[in-house]
Write a protein that binds this ligand. Structure first.
Ligand code: ADP
Ligand code: MG
Length: 285
């Protein structure tokens, strides 16, 4: 779906490259996360892939077409939710969607259906200036879907949302994947990446340090231990860790689980946050 080879980018009048020699592919139907601290180059990369910044070096292809040379037909294929969206604040939510929808050749989706999908049906007639941050984020999501794009770009989709609305946003994103869409998320939130993405790229100082699935990373780089919490005979809660290797024949482990009432039992995967620090030497925020 997207193929990037030797991609570099330098902003005009800047001496240093913002992106350096990136190589990666994104498959159709995948949720791909671009993860990195503030200033890493995530938004710059998104702007290149969405055809806004065209004077890049190397190659970036979408559906086989070099993005630099693509025309406006590319815009019909992609939906973009910018981190800081512009709306006409004196117009209503519905009017904004109608207006932005009219900019596309193809208008397949009824804006009212979209508003209903994200729980904004009652806000359709409200001016954008009256909407809360969470409502604006959901409206922004609707705006990206107006023309039923095959590829969706979401820049910090849960930023500023309370936990309830963040969960709702994640469900909406998963729903897009279920419909066969390709989704590219840029974020500095580990949890979002961990829960949503099929694969993630760690981007630091304009370079990709690693690409893998969050699950693989956490299992492979984890400490591979099992923590057991149990009640001792004297009623005190105890906790013991065992190596996962050969655990089925480990007499201490077998004794513990046979002898005492268990309270909890957990394998100890590394968190994505720990792995990020380990790989890049940097914190995310
Ligand atoms: P992120 O989205 O990961 O926070 P950005 O892509 O916004 O990172 O920025 C990456 C780097 O490029 C930063 O050092 C930023 O200051 C710089 N940068 C971003 N936009 C511009 C611009 N229009 N002109 C010059 N430098 C820019
Ligand atoms: Mg950004």
């Amino acid at each position: 779906m997207i193929e990037v080879n030797g991609l570099s980018f330098t902003y005009p009048r800047c001496r240093e490259r913002t992106l350096q020699q990136l190589d990666f592919r994104i498959a159709e139907g995948e949720i791909f996360g671009i993860l990195g601290p503030s200033g890493a180059g995530k938004s710059t990369l998104q702007k290149i892939l969405t055809g806004i910044l065209k004077n890049y070096e190397g190659s970036a292809k979408m559906m086989g077409i070099e993005i630099r040379t693509s025309d406006s037909s590319l815009n019909e294929q992609i939906g973009v939710a910018f981190e800081f969206p512009n709306f006409y604040t004196k117009f209503t939510a519905l009017e904004n969607l109608q207006l932005f929808g009219s900019l596309y050749k193809k208008q397949a989706v009824n804006p009212m259906d979209l508003l209903r999908e994200v729980g904004l049906q009652d806000a359709a007639g409200m001016r954008v200036s009256q909407l809360s941050k969470g409502m604006k984020m959901r409206l922004n999501f609707c705006r990206a879907l107006l023309h039923e794009p095959a590829i969706l770009f979401l820049d910090e989709p849960t930023s500023g949302l309370d936990p309830g609305h963040a969960e709702g946003m994640k469900a909406l994103i998963r729903n897009q994947k279920a419909m066969g869409k390709t989704v590219i998320i840029t974020t500095h939130h580990m949890k979002v990446a961990e829960e949503l993405c099929d694969r993630i790229a760690f981007l630091v100082d304009g370079s990709i340090k690693l690409i893998d699935s969050p699950r693989e990373l956490m299992v492979r780089r984890g400490t591979k231990r099992l923590a057991v919490e149990y009640r001792r005979n004297d009623g005190v809660l105890a906790r013991t860790e065992f190596s996962l290797e050969g655990i089925g024949d480990n007499p201490d482990f077998l004794h513990t689980i046979r002898q005492f009432p268990l309270e909890t039992i957990h394998s100890q995967e590394a968190s994505l946050e720990q792995i990020f620090i380990e790989v890049t030497g940097r914190k995310l925020q």
